[in-house]
Design a protein around this ligand. Structure first.
Ligand SMILES: NC(=O)c1ccc[n+]([C@@H]2O[C@H](COP(=O)([O-])OP(=O)(O)OC[C@H]3O[C@@H](n4cnc5c(N)ncnc54)[C@H](O)[C@@H]3O)[C@@H](O)[C@H]2O)c1
Length: 335
């Protein structure tokens, strides 16, 4: 495809703000030509900002536009599968926000529809494009810390999503672990390889969350390495929040000091310890929104046949299955 990829945005809320930063930086290869949101003002604002020509309240108008090559779905999670399946039916390539859907069964429907239509389906696992995570992966792959053996990751968020918002309603969000803990789960697979098994203890700590909001899970990686993942929403008090990851290898360790809620405010975000001692790395241009630039670039280049999607429907379905296993706590205990 010689021309620029023409995208229609479906859902112009908070995620739309992040993706807009990416589209602004990638004007040479992609044009946002239409924006849809039930709230017309939001659609119009994003249309003006991105220089798109049209805005709608009904997403079918985007699906009906034959000049549009791809859709970027940023709707509340329970709507992802329905809209993605319809989009595939109209031969649109699909970028779909995380979580891919609220269940692995819905993910499978999306995968089948995309295969049938021969279109790209790329779920938004943006944090694997976050510069510190990319650098940590580079260091692991270089062998500098030896064989990764033990892994620790956590995400603690004091803020409980209100029930007035879809985020606070598990039947629309998939639950708080699906909505927000998912970032740590897919990043774990990116850094450490496939997760084969989980053992978990889950409980509800905060009545307001309406959901299992506190999780301790052991991750068993295909490589044989073990991981610990803890997650909490509504704990910590005040605005205290944390997300950090440490990879312990046979010859050293890497500590990634979070990307959404850095526990330690100071830079650098990356600390490495080997026999040579400690060193720190500061990564340039490490704004959260920038992770979406790399992701959108990968999606657009995949449509043009110049790259392969870094995240496939199957990858994302597997992550949803892991979360389903954690929540079921089958091998485990419901505290
Ligand atoms: N990757 C990330 O870091 C990240 C960040 C934020 C949100 N998300 C994900 O993005 C998705 C959207 O989240 P958000 O924070 O933008 O939510 P939001 O509530 O801010 O925005 C969703 C928008 O969808 C619109 N909408 C709802 N139903 C619609 C319909 N039928 N047709 C057209 N528009 C409709 C709403 O009016 C709203 O503006 C969720 O799946 C969320 O998990 C991901």
């Amino acid at each position: 495809m010689a021309e620029k990829v023409r995208v229609g945005i479906i859902g112009a809320g908070e995620a739309g703000e992040h993706h807009a930063r990416g589209y602004e930086r990638l004007k040479d290869i992609v044009d946002v030509v239409a924006v849809c949101d039930l709230e017309e003002e939001k659609a119009k604002d994003l249309t003006d900002r991105l220089g798109a020509k049209k805005f709608y309240r009904d997403y079918h108008r985007i699906l009906d536009d034959r000049t549009i090559h791809a859709v970027d779905i940023m709707l509340p999670t329970h709507l992802h599968a329905r809209v993605a399946v319809e989009a595939a039916g109209r031969r649109k390539h699909i970028l779909c926000e995380k979580p891919m859907a609220i269940s692995s069964a819905e993910c499978q429907r999306m995968i089948d529809a995309a295969k049938m239509a021969n279109v790209i389906l790329m779920p938004v696992h943006n944090q694997i494009f976050f510069p510190s995570h990319k650098r940590a992966k580079e260091i692991i792959d270089s062998g500098e810390i030896g064989i990764p053996q033990l892994y620790r990751t956590h995400r603690i968020n004091s803020l409980v999503p209100p029930v007035e918002c879809w985020r606070g309603r598990p039947d629309e969000s998939g639950g708080v672990l699906m909505e927000s803990g998912i970032h740590r789960v897919y990043t774990s697979e990116y850094l450490m390889g496939r997760i084969n098994r989980v053992v978990s203890v889950v409980k509800k700590s905060d009545e307001r969350s309406g959901d299992l909001d506190t999780v301790c899970a052991i991750l068993v990686f295909e490589s044989g390495a073990l991981g610990v993942f803890d997650f909490g929403v509504g704990v910590g008090g005040g605005f205290f929040s944390e997300d950090c990851t440490t990879i312990f290898g046979s010859k050293g360790l890497i500590h990634v000091n979070g990307c959404e809620y850095p526990f330690f405010e100071e830079v650098p975000r990356l600390k490495i310890n080997t026999q040579e001692g400690w060193r720190s790395e500061t990564i340039e241009d490490e704004d959260y929104s920038n992770s979406f630039t790399g992701l959108i670039e990968n999606f657009v280049k995949s449509i043009k046949g110049k790259a392969k999607p870094m995240v496939t429907g199957e990858d994302a379905k597997h992550i949803i299955e892991i979360i389903e296993q954690i929540v079921r706590a089958e091998a485990s205990v419901q505290a």
